[in-house]
Design a protein around this ligand. Structure first.
Ligand code: SF4
Ligand code: SF4
Length: 328
């Protein structure tokens, strides 16, 4: 009798679906994957239901790739269910790893979101707001509870590994899957980052770097940058300075700044704070000895930052939940 293959699940919580697209884009490799792993659950690709997962024995899934942030009570229930059923739980992609773009909503309260979406932005004269339980003549309607803030997967359950990226690059995802298929060498210690490098995107970027001194930031659409020179030195806020490598510096390669999707490199806890410090140190607002008035210094910094309308949104786009909202 042939030996049963280890079981794999993929789940999607609060996210855009890009991680699933990256997974689906593995294409024919998925057939190779199914020779080694029994792919039992993935709402995007397979018609398996929650009852099928609940029917599994605890620990029966060898590995679950969980993408998406934790925004609702339903996301949290799935996190606990899949943690219980999985021997290895992996946070796949920026949202599960650091909160991702959904965690930008931590800059506002739940009440502010509800007011903006359901009261100010909707024709809703009776002021109805979403409710977890609504009684109607036909019965009771239920909705998941919308949490006060967005959390990472590791904030609600223990996580064994994380794969960064928005979404993870397909070749990196495949390298990780090879590990789980037993064809990519030994798994690293629990708690490790998989499918990425340890150094920053700058270490993979071929642009020439020298002393960075700029008087103001500019937006990428305002001019055509020199393709050989570091973007920061040309006034573009490239976040490769404090972003984990592994993508091959994809964005700077095509004249666009890194926007930080692989999260902080090894040894950096707060990507946003590191980026504020790194970009700030590239700014030259004039000889500081001539600037004695703090208001004058603040005015010059504000002028230099004029092209960046949302600094928290820039440096905290993918890891705000990981930074515990300390940018606000
Ligand atoms: S800051 Fe951006 S453009 Fe400059 S070296 Fe780093 S990744 Fe390349
Ligand atoms: S360059 Fe930066 S934003 Fe672009 S894919 Fe790589 S890590 Fe993500």
């Amino acid at each position: 009798m042939s030996k049963a293959k280890p079981k794999l699940a993929v789940y999607w919580a609060s996210a855009c679906g890009g991680c699933e697209i990256a997974f689906a884009n593995l294409g024919e490799k998925l057939l190779e994957l199914t020779e080694h792993l029994d792919f039992v659950f993935c709402p995007c690709l397979l018609d398996a239901k929650r009852a099928d997962v609940e029917a599994l024995a605890d620990g029966e899934l060898a590995v679950t790739l969980f993408d998406g942030a934790i925004r609702t009570s339903e996301n949290e229930e799935w996190a606990h269910l899949l943690r219980r059923k999985s021997r290895l739980l992996v946070a796949m992609g920026a949202c599960a790893h650091g909160g991702g773009v959904p965690a930008l909503s931590n800059l506002s309260t739940r009440a502010e979101h509800f007011r903006s979406v359901y009261l100010d932005g909707t024709d809703n004269p009776q002021g109805h707001l979403p409710s977890a339980r609504t009684v109607v003549p036909e019965g009771v309607l239920t909705l998941p509870v919308f949490s006060e803030r967005v959390s990472r997967l590791s904030d609600v359950v223990p996580v064994d590994y994380a794969i960064p990226g928005c979404p993870p690059e397909e070749h990196q995802l495949w390298n990780v899957l090879l590990l789980f298929m037993g064809r990519g060498g030994e798994l690293p210690a629990p708690g490790s980052i998989l499918g990425a490098g340890e150094a920053s995107v700058c270490a993979e970027c071929s642009r020439r770097r020298s002393d960075k001194k700029i008087t103001a930031f500019r937006r990428p659409w305002e001019f055509v940058p020199d393709p050989e020179t570091c973007l920061v030195e040309q006034g573009i806020a490239c976040l490769g300075l404090a972003t984990r490598g592994g993508c091959g510096a994809l964005c700077p390669k095509v004249q666009m700044p890194c926007i930080g999707c692989y999260g902080p490199p090894e040894g950096i806890y707060d990507q946003g704070a590191k980026l504020v410090s790194a970009l700030g140190s590239a700014l030259d607002i004039g000889p500081i000895r001539d600037l004695r008035d703090p208001a004058e210094i603040a005015a010059r910094v504000d002028a230099a930052l004029d092209a960046i309308p949302d600094i928290a949104g820039l440096v905290g786009k993918f890891h705000l939940a990981g930074n515990r909202g300390r940018l606000v």
